[in-house]
Design a protein around this ligand. Structure first.
Ligand code: CAA
Length: 283
């Protein structure tokens, strides 16, 4: 399966990062979102990222222009007709993803691989919304995509071996390390990361230490680049809660119960960096 043209669904932080990395590594990219202004927003953040690389003399101005020319804008899902692979990075909502995959299945050629960047939703269930479950796979990039080296490649129950191999090869061509994971809630990354973040929130909730001190312990004591509460703010507290709920429901085990303080913050609209307030203040 020769992959040359990639369609990325969703021009938010993850989608634009994926589009950037694909364009920088020789792929033609279709960057798709519901509205033109969303696609433009994604393109301008890619330009900003690339400009930073130019300023640091890592790439030439001409390279930046060449990478940007490889990215075509889209607001019509029918552009999936041209894609060898679609990587979906839309909202983390199972029904939305199932709807998008059913539409893509009708539009995209038979050869097209349908990948999702979901951070915890079941690949097997998303695949079941299509008539090609053997061509559906998880391709979970980490944030910030241009910096982080990992891609979790998640096999749904029906994912074909050659589809897995093509996606693994593509991840390597993006200069990432691919890790093979089977489809269970949270995969590997969020099954381990989110309970740690949730426990850090319980530590604050129970008055053991302040957010700053919890982060200090994990940064200086465990050499994490960011403390768990800074990282939670960076990921988005709504996303953290959603993933904890997915783990809690998926395994039915109380050890994944979201901390009440996390629920309270999300209800208050304190979603972390993106809303200006979370465990820290960003205003
Ligand atoms: N986009 C692109 N590049 C970025 C960036 C961004 N948002 N933020 C930082 N960078 C780049 C900087 O330009 C810099 O690049 P150079 O070294 O090439 O100059 C480099 O990253 C380091 O940045 P800084 O020196 O400003 O800051 P730092 O050393 O603290 O690094 C960080 C920033 C890479 C984000 C680091 O703090 C880190 O690794 N944090 C943890 C990130 C993490 O855990 N991500 C996973 C989140 S979980 C997830 O994604 C899965 C999920 O499903 C929820």
């Amino acid at each position: 399966m020769d992959i040359k043209k990639v369609m990325v669904i969703g021009a938010g932080q993850m989608g634009s990062g994926i589009a950037q990395v694909c364009a920088m590594n020789g792929y033609d990219v279709i960057l798709h979102d519901l509205k033109e202004e969303f696609v433009d927003g994604g393109l301008s953040s890619i330009r900003k990222q690339l400009q930073r690389q130019v300023d640091k003399e890592r790439i030439a101005e001409a390279d930046m222009e060449r990478f940007l020319r490889r990215i075509q804008s889209s607001t019509h899902l029918s552009n999936a007709e041209q894609a060898d692979i679609v990587i979906e990075a839309a909202t983390e909502n199972l029904e939305t993803k199932k709807r998008i995959f059913a539409q893509l299945d009708d539009i995209a050629p038979e050869r097209t691989i349908l990948a999702t960047n979901t951070s915890s939703l079941p690949i097997t269930e998303i695949a079941a919304a299509t008539k090609r479950p053997e061509k559906v796979i998880g391709m979970h990039f980490m944030n910030p995509v241009p910096v982080m080296k990992l891609v979790e490649v998640i096999r749904g129950l029906a994912t074909a071996q050659e589809v897995y191999e093509s996606v693994e090869k593509m991840a390597v061509s993006l200069k990432k390390t691919a890790v093979e994971v089977n489809d269970y809630p949270g995969f590997v990354s969020n099954r381990i990361l989110m309970p740690m973040i949730n426990e850090a929130i319980f530590t604050v909730y129970e008055g053991v230490a302040s957010p700053k001190d919890v982060d200090e312990v994990m940064k200086l004591g465990m050499n994490h680049p960011m403390g768990p509460l800074t990282l939670a703010d960076f990921i988005g507290l709504d996303t953290c809660l959603y993933i904890m709920e997915t783990l809690h429901e998926g395994f039915g085990d109380d050890k994944y119960r979201p901390c009440p303080l996390l629920r309270k913050y999300v209800k208050a609209g304190w979603l972390g960096k993106k809303s200006g307030r979370g465990f820290y203040n960003y205003e």
